[in-house]
Design a protein around this ligand. Structure first.
Ligand SMILES: Nc1ncnc2c1ncn2[C@@H]1O[C@H](COP(=O)(O)OP(=O)(O)O)[C@@H](O)[C@H]1O
Ligand SMILES: [Mg+2]
Length: 267
């Protein structure tokens, strides 16, 4: 190898293969898992949900995580997003190792640097759409950027629905509110665990277009779990899990390529 003109940083020796690749290709990770291991239970009943995973999620990219049911997708996402803690290894947001944070710091990081979109929308039923969108900022006592709020609610087709409560909205509209809530604070990274799993295909397309636009237009970083090849085809990169391990990845794949890979895995 030729002289690269720079010395690897001191801690790069401790990072996984993915991170070393990242360092070499120059992409900056928004989040990464380093030797991430998670087990549930002990002894005979132990379940290894994450089996020493190394993966980086590049900034300003849209990544999809796929894999069979029980392969560890939700566990990986929950550990990356600080909703669950790993048994060993590290989950980092930027350069922040989540395992080093106290409860208060974790709460602040989740609020200020992460966005979440869940399958079941997770809106507060007693609040209006607008109140749901600004809830994280309101709790933090921080001011919402009104121009940005107007821009995203317009873009997401929510302008006429802001005074409605979740029960008065369709599933697709509720998930668009959840997207607006995730986008309004301009987080470092947005995680979605099957964000289109409860939606009809039109509403799913809307949500995927919103996420794609956030990456392309607003420099956002998005990571979703999905079992839908069509949803995954919106991504720049698809990583596949099986039995708690990373087994493959496809760069900028078409839906047909994803389906072909899935068929191969299942055979
Ligand atoms: N709270 C839990 N207690 C015990 N086992 C769990 C728990 N959560 C997940 N698991 C197990 O961990 C494995 C990975 O689960 P999960 O991450 O939910 O997979 P996926 O999202 O890919 O379907 C599965 O075998 C699952 O049964
Ligand atoms: Mg899951």
């Amino acid at each position: 190898m030729t002289d690269q003109g720079s010395t690897p940083s001191a801690d790069s020796e401790n990072l996984g293969v993915e991170s070393l690749q990242a360092a070499e290709t120059g992409f900056e990770p928004a989040a990464r898992a380093i030797d991430l291991y998670k087990q549930y239970g002990e002894g005979e009943t132990v379940v290894i949900a994450l089996d020493h995973i190394n993966v980086s999620f590049a900034k300003n990219k849209f990544t999809a995580i796929m894999g069979p049911s029980g392969s560890g997708k939700s566990t990986l996402m929950h550990c990356m997003a600080g909703l669950d803690s790993a048994t060993s290894g590290s989950a980092l947001i930027g350069d922040t190792d989540l395992s080093t944070l106290r409860d208060k710091e974790m709460t602040a990081l989740r609020r200020d640097r992460l966005g979440f979109i869940f399958q079941s929308f997770n809106l507060v039923p007693t609040l209006t759409a607008a109140e749901n969108i600004t809830l994280p900022s309101d709790i933090a006592g921080s001011k919402v950027d009104q121009a940005w709020f107007d821009e995203i609610t317009t873009r997401l087709g929510l302008s006429d629905w802001l005074t409605h409560r979740p029960a008065e909205l369709s599933g697709g509209q509720q998930q668009r509110v959840a997207c607006a809530r995730a986008l309004v604070s301009r987080p470092d990274i947005i995680f979605g665990d099957e964000p289109t799993g409860n939606l009809d295909s039109n509403s799913a397309s809307e949500v995927l277009d919103i996420l794609r636009t956030a990456v392309d237009k607003d420099d956002q970083t998005v990571v979703i779990v999905t079992h839908d090849a069509r949803a995954a085809s919106y991504a720049d990169r698809v990583v596949f899990l099986a039995d708690g391990q990373l087994v493959n990845e496809l760069i900028d794949p078409s839906m047909d390529e994803i389906l072909a890979f899935m068929a191969g895995v299942e055979r």
